[in-house]
Ligand binder design. Structure first.
Ligand code: THU
Length: 137
């Protein structure tokens, strides 16, 4: 699975975002180590706090289906109804969810833009000096 294909799946998921409040539509595509892909979009709520980011939608779909090992996630986000003009980095809460299940150095976070540009990070780059499961072991 190459980065551009995974980004295209995030772009597709983005079209299903439910964003009547922020009008900021995000899509994600999560690649499991067994090759399975789970797509996710952000889902907002009139009470605001129950809203869920695209990345966590994808993770929670995968985890609830029994997946525990992840290779990469692609993310595309921007104003609803138009191509993403810039990269959309994951929020802190989503980074912490990744930290629970993903290797700091091997897991790749791939950001895509509407013009096809792509850039990738390790989880350690986006969440340095982090707190995770082994701290409580
Ligand atoms: N959002 C995501 O889904 N993922 C991100 O990486 C950043 C933010 C959502 C949350 C909310 O529905 C909207 O974008 C604006 O913050």
């Amino acid at each position: 699975m190459d980065d551009k294909t995974l980004v295209a799946l995030a772009n597709e998921a983005r079209t299903r975002a439910y964003t009547p409040y922020s009008h900021w539509a995000v899509g994600a595509a999560l690649l499991c180590t067994d090759g399975t892909i789970y797509q996710g979009c952000n889902i907002e709520n009139a009470a605001y706090t129950p809203s869920n980011c695209a990345e966590r939608t994808a993770f929670f779909k995968a985890i609830s289906e029994g997946q525990r090992e992840f290779a990469a996630i692609s993310i595309v986000g921007g104003p609803e109804g138009q191509e993403a003009p810039d990269f959309c980095a994951p929020c802190g809460v989503c980074r912490q969810v990744m930290r629970e299940f993903c290797d700091l150095d091997d897991f790749r976070i791939i950001l895509g833009r509407g013009d096809g540009a792509v850039k990738a990070f390790s989880l350690r780059e986006l969440l340095p000096e982090s707190f995770g499961p082994e701290n409580l072991a």
